[in-house]
Write a protein that binds this ligand. Sequence first.
Ligand SMILES: [Zn+2]
Length: 67
Amino acid sequence: MSIEFEPAKWYAVTARDDTEGCPNEGQEFEVNPLYSNAGSAHVECGLCRQDMTILSATLLDPQPEMP
Ligand SMILES: [Zn+2]
């Protein structure tokens, strides 16, 4: 199941690294804020460089002011 993102919004997400053998495997990370770009958000693991599985996403309300 994939989470639908509205384009050009900021979200708070929880993501899990599911890459076998990565030191982060099975660990969950909070990312806040995460930008949805054109409607698809990705959380890249800093160790294995693979996309993590996004478990939950909450639209930030209010949206943060970004320069
Ligand atoms: Zn990883």
